[in-house]
Design a protein around this ligand. Sequence first.
Ligand code: AHM
Ligand code: MG
Length: 339
Amino acid sequence: MVGLTTLEEYIIRAQNKFPGATGELSQLLRDIGLAAKIISREVNKAGLTNILGAEGSENVHGESVKKLDLFANEQLIYALNRSNITCMVISEENEGVVRLSLDAGKYIVYMDPLDGSSNIDVNVSIGSIFSVYMRPEGIINISEQDALQPGVKQVAAGYVLYGSSTVLAYTTGLGVRIFTLDPSLGEFILSHENVQIPEYGNVYSTDEGSYNFWDPALKKYVKYCQKADEDTNRPYKARYVGCMAADVHRTLIQGGIFMYPDSSRYPNGKLRLMYECNPLSFIIEQAGGMAIDGERRIMEIQPKSIHECTPVYIGSKKNVEKLIEFFEKEGRHVAVPSL
Ligand code: AHM
Ligand code: MG
């Protein structure tokens, strides 16, 4: 195939540029790519499960019909267990850690196997998000505590978005690449290399239905977004998919800001630090954007527990900086990210 680069080829070529590389991280990314294709196939026939499987029990192939988020969780864990590279998986779907290849596994993987699951029944975009850390050296029986590493320690992160097409974006700290699944070939094909988020965008993305629960700084910022001003291309457009992977993907491509704040309803925000906010922050920072929790850089937060929540404000540099001005005016000090 002239001119097309598949995910597999791309990962192998990238690995060959580092003579000392063992190929394990490359294998891990390829394993995730395979699981993503299987999940994508299942997502595309999500509406058929009730038709093909009587009352959610068995489909025509005699297979039990699983909830899509459990299916995605199983597929990703299965894929990560294939190569003995991953010692531990922490998933939104499992309360505790999942121990895999404890002796050989070099990596710890966090994941949200199916982000935006409330969108499944209404045919709107959903995603999978992953974040990879090194296992601490010299520890044989690693514990949950050893997995509590700040986002700056991520060695790779990415997401798969099952939208109008299926795309996979990842970073290993050397920029962001996006691959688009060609269903006829069954391959992810390189579609965007060295992705850069626009420095400024005129879209804001948040659940504005929660406005009355917000603090004054955020209320004022959103009013600012809505105010007409030709020079700054306002009013902004409001867009909110309800799937962070989808909202961040749009923000990455078109610019703007996505926010899930702390509020009187959710004092610590609602989104998860380790498998939603950290990996998507790594992607956005690698593309030239910013991600904060309202006080500091998301990736500098020292996690206290595997499922903890955090407020998140993420997107184009100029948009996040403008929001910080509003926080500062209301007396909320933000330690500007040290990038
Ligand atoms: P999920 O991973 O359990 O599906 O939930 C996480 C999702 C995010 O992707 C999305 O941004 C948010 O929850 C939507 O929440 P809300 O319905 O409160 O707006
Ligand atoms: Mg989620």
